[in-house]
Ligand binder design. Structure first.
Ligand code: ZN
Length: 131
């Protein structure tokens, strides 16, 4: 097995946004929902806040915000939480779509090139990030 330097393909412009491994130091998980799945999303948000400390739990938006194509709620967390929160979300997302991305100084790449999706992949409104 070949070990590769994780930082090879992750040369962000602002080194303060990354760790010494070249990985982003923070991440967002956006929980997507609609009128039909609102209650499950609210329950998941509640379960996250009961289960974890040190996360940033955003507002419950029953409207489209930013590039997001569904109603959404943002969970933000640091790299050292990644290995805990991501596997947990995989088995606890209750069928909800989750869009997860790193937070670097390049919003377009974060949303277009770097994301991880749980469930369906949805088109985002990326024009807001294009200059
Ligand atoms: Zn985000």
């Amino acid at each position: 097995m070949v070990k590769r330097n994780l930082s090879l393909n992750l040369e962000f412009r602002d080194p303060s946004m990354t760790t010494t491994t070249g990985l982003a130091s923070s991440y967002h998980a956006h929980i997507y929902f609609d009128a039909e799945s609102r209650d499950r999303a609210r329950a998941l948000r509640e379960l996250i806040s009961e289960t974890f400390e040190g996360l940033g739990i955003g507002r419950f938006h029953e409207k489209h915000v930013g590039p997001h194509p569904r109603w959404s709620c943002q969970i933000s967390f640091s790299l050292d939480m990644f290995a805990v929160i991501v596997p947990w979300l995989m088995v606890n997302r209750d069928g909800l779509i989750i869009f997860l991305h790193p937070v670097t100084d390049d919003d377009l790449a974060d949303h277009k090139d770097f994301p991880l999706w749980m469930g369906e992949i949805l088109p985002l409104g990326l024009d807001m990030f294009r200059k």
